[in-house]
Design a protein around this ligand. Structure first.
Ligand SMILES: [Zn+2]
Length: 291
C-alpha cells in the first residue's frame, strides 16, 4: 500500500501547497529514522540515495530493505536515485526496483541532456510506473561525485524548461534556481524565487503536470522554504544536514562514552538525532498529516 511513485505523491503536494522531504541516506540507521519520522508525523516521504551509497549496499539490497520498511509503513514512501550521471546505472536501479530515478545530464549540452533524459524516461515508463526526474541548469556545490563551483552554476531558462519537459516526457523537473549543495556560505543565499515561479507558471499554471524539485535544502532559511513552496516547489532535497547529524552524533556519543563498546547504542543515538532533524524538516514543509 505504501509504495507509490513520486509523481503522484508530488502532484498531490503541489495542489495542496505543501512539499515532501526527500532525504538522502547513506546508512540503514538513517533509512529507518526517516521512515519512523514519516510514520510519526503521518507524512509522505521520499528516501534518496546518491550513486555511491547505492553501489555500496548494491541496488537489490537497498530495494529489499526499502520494500520491507515501506510495505509495513502506513504512509507512502518512495525510493529515489539522486543525481545519477550514468545512463546504464539509472537503468540498473530502475530494474532493481527503485521507484524514481534522477538522470542528471545537466552538465551536458541541452540536446544531449534531452537525449539522455528521454532515454531514461522511455526505459522507466516502459518497465513499469517509475518516475523520472531531470535537471536543467546546474546546482553549485558537491553532490557525490559531481562538483560544480558557484561561478559555473547556471540557472534554468524558463522557456527552455518547457521545451526540455515536453521533449523528454519526464515526471519531475529540477530547475536550477541558485540553491546549492553542501552548506551555504552566507545567511542569505541568492535564490532566484522569481525563476521558479516563472517555470511553474509556464509548466503548471493551468493544471499541475510536472512537479518541481528544489535541490540544496540544507541551510535554507525557513522563510525561503515557505516562499519556495508557495511558488510551486513540492520536493525538497535534504542531504548534507543528515550527513552532519550522523557524523556529529557518532563523534559526540563516542567521546562521551569512551569505555563503552556497544554499537547498538551509537546507532540508537544516530537514529534519534536523525528522526528529530527529519521531523523538523517535515514541519517546515507542512507535510505532517498529509499521508
Ligand atoms: Zn541535488
Amino acid at each position: 500500500m505504501s509504495i507509490v511513485t513520486a509523481r503522484e505523491m508530488l502532484i498531490e503536494a503541489t495542489k495542496g501547497k505543501y512539499a515532501v522531504g526527500a532525504f538522502n541516506i547513506t546508512s540503514l540507521v538513517q533509512l529507518e529514522a526517516v521512515v519512523d519520522a514519516a510514520v510519526e508525523t503521518k507524512s509522505p516521504v521520499i528516501i534518496q540515495t546518491s550513486v555511491k551509497p547505492s553501489q555500496f549496499y548494491k541496488p537489490a539490497v537497498m530495494v529489499a530493505i526499502y520494500r520491507s520498511l515501506a510495505e509495513s509503513a502506513p504512509v507512502p514512501v518512495c525510493l529515489h536515485l539522486d543525481h545519477c550521471t550514468d545512463v546504464a546505472y539509472c537503468k540498473t536501479c530502475a530494474d532493481a526496483g527503485y521507484t524514481n530515478i534522477m538522470i542528471d545530464a545537466s552538465k551536458q549540452s541541452f540536446e544531449e541532456n534531452i537525449r539522455q533524459t528521454k532515454e531514461i524516461v522511455d526505459h522507466c515508463h516502459g518497465h513499469g510506473d517509475i518516475s523520472v526526474e531531470g535537471e536543467l541548469g546546474t546546482v553549485s556545490g558537491v553532490e557525490d561525485q559531481i562538483k560544480v563551483t558557484e561561478d559555473e552554476a547556471q540557472l534554468a531558462n524558463p522557456e527552455q524548461s518547457v521545451e526540455f519537459v515536453e521533449r523528454t516526457g519526464l515526471d519531475l523537473f529540477a530547475p536550477a534556481i541558485g540553491t546549492a549543495h553542501g552548506v551555504y556560505k552566507t545567511k542569505e543565499p541568492k535564490v532566484h524565487f522569481e525563476r521558479l515561479e516563472k517555470v511553474y507558471q509556464l509548466l503548471n499554471g493551468e493544471r499541475v503536470r510536472v512537479p518541481l524539485v528544489v535541490h540544496g535544502g540544507t541551510g535554507l532559511p525557513p522563510e525561503y522554504v515557505e516562499r519556495l513552496i508557495a511558488m510551486g516547489g513540492s520536493k525538497f532535497n535534504v542531504s548534507t544536514e543528515l550527513k552532519y547529524t550522523l557524523i556529529d552524533t557518532t563523534r559526540e556519543y563516542i567521546q562521551a562514552h569512551r569505555e563503552e563498546y556497544d554499537p547498538g547504542k551509537v546507532d540508537a543515538a544516530v537514529r534519534d538525532a536523525t528522526r528529530k532533524v527529519v521531523i523538523h524538516w517535515m514541519e517546515m514543509l507542512k507535510s505532517p498529516g498529509k499521508a
